[in-house]
Design a binder for this molecule. Structure first.
Ligand code: BGC
Ligand code: NOJ
Length: 814
């Protein structure tokens, strides 16, 4: 099939905070996330995707097949049969070309507007606040002059709860599926008779003319999603699933006079029950929680009310920090989409996307900590809880589980630990939280360790994190890398020759001496933060001892971590330098340049500048900064997974976007504003609208990776949405380019902006006050900081002095 509008896929509607997609045939599925409070849905621009409750592995509600053809197959579909013409408001899976199609992805909802043969459909999909349900409002309008008799069929396919076994254990699965039907309520109760105390349901607010709950009865054994048998015949068969694949489909026969509309609300919900309260009669589930839940949206007015609540919620979230700069794209990113993505990465970590299957990875330890830096200002209470949950997965020796499962909050034994960068991220997360909120009490919270229920203060957890690194140094006095540092694919102790071994969990070299310069920089950067925390708590002796460890580390980096033009990346298990001009491939890496400079190492002696100049010279390309150069052309057993990727992809010299903001921040530390901005823009999808054919992923969110200059497809992005790039880019933009940066006692104003900007303004709610900040670039007579017209020494607005709305002016020369 060929499709119209192949080059233009949509546009930003800033007033409504929506991205409007104008073709169902985007280069990849362009998706949105629904839900904030435990019930989540992923929805593509054709209404594909799936739902789950809290844990995408253990509580998967609807089935989704990765690796499908076409890729985006399966979702929540509404089929319309209008006189034999079958179509969907989302433009797929039916193959009928629509007369008009639009998908509006907004904050927490998606709206589809479609027309075919003078029948208009408007479908709104959302997950209301604090509700364990995805809800749909479908409006059909007959815009023709003739009467229309429409067959409408809803459709979802249940997953048998455990998303992993759902795709594996068919000899069991094909016999376990159970449903229950009561009027419009189609319940999914597989395994409810035994150990599950939860069920799901799909219902609607208009009496149905039929239903199906058996997939083969609805779709037909030899049909596909594009033309289900029941829709084709315009008649459902009231099938009852016994095993096989249970689904839920309602059938409505609609009579639409010219000019008339019909509106129906549907709900896909999830209920948990007490063991003693599960049944209302023998083998009849207790329906009352489902029926209660539906009363919240069972009319169009109630549905609209929920949408309004969600809108106000987002309005409030975004109002905490709003910027106005001369660059519309910068504003759009910082004010809307980047903050939105930050919420999603915070909620999902790296668990469930169109590229993360939701079964492999739980909540990442390092990922989740980093995600908080883009999100604390929006939801400090949720961040506090997350930091403490993470703290509870730390072990007594200061090390950490690499991931935890969201349902149990227990460390994930399949992956284990020993990624030696993990513990230090705790200090970043906590310090950032305290700076934003002033809530020092978090440090006093008594938290158990994963391997010892005896609780210690959260401060003690941070202390152990610090000493886990400080006490594990290699022959050069640099931190041992363990299984890997931030770069999961630099596996210096793996030495694997067996394709059946996982690079992530295999360690053949025990007691190895492999050391990491990335962790060295990270230790100095967040170690200094640990020292500041100690000082604030008056633990001066503790601070002094910690500072001595940091000073030694700086010296070790200067003495053994400098290659002449840039920082080395590591020492391998044999003590050979990695990321050195002496290497055959992989001579310069990005991570150690970013972390050592952010830590301030070499700023005074020119090494920092030289390192960043080398980044520009060797690593920067049109689409961003690649991870290392030259790309590995063959497998290096001593380096591991990094050399398993074809050149230019992923960690093998791809643009691994997450680390680009480290360089951007480093540039601001040297005051090189134009370079910082150039790096910021290069990977930001909002600046890449003209490159959509090449870039492929959604233009409104960051992707994990963009193929680098060595790749066959440079500029092509992969793995959108769940990436640390979101939080780090936001952090770089607001705290370092605009320079509006919370600190322990106030808000710092230290902009590093391009010369051509005359200035910018920021509205920032911070602690009890609201600041209306205006930065004047190219100031002539005045210099420095003024609050409500009064000159203030330094660059910090001390929060104890201000509790209301204040006007802040900052004058700087360009
Ligand atoms: C990927 C990494 C990822 C790791 C853990 C590797 O294959 O390249 O980016 O962090 O797996 O899942
Ligand atoms: C993706 C992971 O989520 C992240 O933790 C890691 O740092 C990068 N891959 C780099 O390998």
């Amino acid at each position: 099939m060929t499709h119209k509008s192949e080059t233009s896929y949509g546009y930003f509607d800033d007033d409504n905070k929506e991205f409007v997609i104008t073709s169902p045939y985007t280069p990849l599925p362009w998706i949105n996330y629904l839900g904030n409070d435990g019930f989540y849905g992923l929805i593509s621009n054709t209404a594909g995707g799936y739902c789950f409750y809290k844990d995408a592995k253990f509580r998967r509600l609807t089935r989704y097949r990765y690796n499908n053809v076409p890729m985006d197959s399966g979702g929540r579909y509404f089929y319309i049969n209008d006189g034999g013409v079958i179509w969907n408001p989302g433009g797929r899976p039916s193959e009928t070309q629509l007369d008009f199609y639009q998908c509006r992805h907004g904050l927490g909802y998606s709206k589809f507007i479609a027309r075919k043969n003078q029948l208009q459909a408007e479908l709104t999909v959302t997950i209301p606040l604090q509700m364990n349900a995805e809800v749909y409002k479908l409006k059909l309008t007959n815009t023709s002059k003739q009467h229309k008799r429409i067959g409408l069929f809803s459709f979802i396919e249940w997953c048998l709860w455990n998303a992993q076994t759902d795709g594996e254990n068919f000899q069991r699965n094909l016999s376990t599926g159970e449903v229950e039907i009561d009027g419009n309520f189609l319940f999914h109760k597989t395994e409810y008779r035994e150990r599950r105390n939860h069920y799901a349901f799909f219902t609607c607010n208009k009496d149905i003319d039929g239903f199906d709950t058996d997939r083969d009865a609805f779709i037909g054994m030899y049909n596909g999603f594009e033309r289900p048998q029941a829709v084709d015949k315009n008649q459902s068969s009231n099938s009852v699933a016994h095993g096989w694949s249970p689904i839920a489909s309602h059938h409505h026969k609609l009579d639409l006079a010219p000019g008339h509309s019909e509106e129906i609300v549907f709900m896909l919900g999830y209920c948990e029950l007490e063991q003693t309260n599960k049944w209302q009669a023998l083998n009849q589930i207790n329906q009352s929680p489902a029926r209660d839940l539906f009363t919240h949206v069972d009319t169009s007015q109630k549905f609209d009310h929920q949408c309004k609540r969600l809108r106000s919620y987002w309005q409030a979230c975004l109002s905490i920090c709003q910027v106005e700069t001369p660059d519309v794209k910068f504003n759009r990113s910082v004010n809307i989409w980047n903050q939105y993505q930050n919420m999603v990465t915070f909620n999902m970590s790296r668990s469930a996307s169109y590229y993360e299957s939701g079964i492999g990875r739980g909540m990442g330890f390092r990922d989740s900590h980093q995600d908080t830096i883009g999100f604390t200002h929006i939801a400090p209470t949720a961040v506090r809880q997350r930091l403490l949950d993470l703290s509870a997965t730390q072990k007594q020796d200061g090390s950490a589980y690499h991931q935890y499962q969201p349902l149990t909050k227990k460390g994930n034994a399949d992956i284990g630990g020993n990624f030696n960068d993990d513990p230090m991220w705790m200090i970043l997360g906590t310090a950032n939280y305290i700076k934003e909120t002033g809530d020092w009490s978090i440090l006093d919270e008594a938290i158990p360790f994963d391997d010892n229920s005896q609780a210690e203060s959260h401060f003690e957890h941070l202390r152990r994190a610090f000493y886990h690194i400080a006490n594990k140094l290699g022959p050069h006095g640099l931190p041992l890398i363990g299984r890997a540092d931030w770069n999961d694919c630099l596996n210096l102790n793996c030495y694997s020759n067996d394709p059946n071994e996982s690079f992530q969990t295999t360690e053949h070299k025990q007691d190895s001496v492999a050391e990491s310069l990335m962790i060295a920089g990270q230790f100095v950067l967040y170690g200094q933060e640990f020292v500041r925390l100690c000082e604030q708590l008056d633990k001066l002796q503790e601070a002094k001892i910690a500072q001595a460890h940091i000073d030694n580390m700086v010296k070790a980096v200067e003495d053994h971590g400098w290659d002449g033009q840039w920082f080395l990346r590591a020492y391998d298990a044999n003590g050979n330098a990695i990321g050195s001009h002496k290497n055959e491939e992989g001579q310069i890496f990005i991570e150690s340049q970013g972390f050592c400079v952010m830590a301030g190492i070499g700023i005074e002696n020119g090494k920092a500048q030289s390192a960043l100049d080398s980044v520009e010279k060797h690593l920067a390309c049109d689409f961003g900064i690649v991870l290392q150069q030259p790309a590995f052309s063959r497998y290096h057993i001593e380096l591991g997974e990094i050399s398993s990727y074809p050149p230019g992809y992923k960690e093998n010299a791809g643009i691994f976007c997450h680390n680009n903001p480290w360089i951007c921040i480093s540039e601001t530390m040297l005051g090189r504003a134009d370079k910082a901005m150039a790096y910021y823009q290069r990977i930001n999808p909002i600046y890449l609208q003209d490159l959509q054919q090449t870039h492929k992923t959604e233009p409104y969110v960051y992707s994990q990776m963009i193929a680098g200059k060595d790749a066959a497809t440079p500029g092509q992005a992969k793995n959108s949405w769940l990436t640390g790039t979101a939080a780090w880019s936001y952090y770089a933009a607001v705290q370092y380019i605009l320079g509006v940066r919370p600190d322990y006692h106030g808000l710092i104003i230290a902009p590093c902006i391009p010369n051509e900007w005359a200035g910018f303004s920021v509205k920032r709610k911070f602690r009890q006050a609201e600041y209306h900040i205006r930065v004047h670039n190219h100031a002539t007579d005045k210099r420095g900081l003024y609050v409500d017209g009064q000159f203030v020494e330094g660059q910090q607005i001390e929060y104890t002095k201000y509790q209301q709305t204040h006007k802040v002016d900052y004058y700087k020369s360009a």
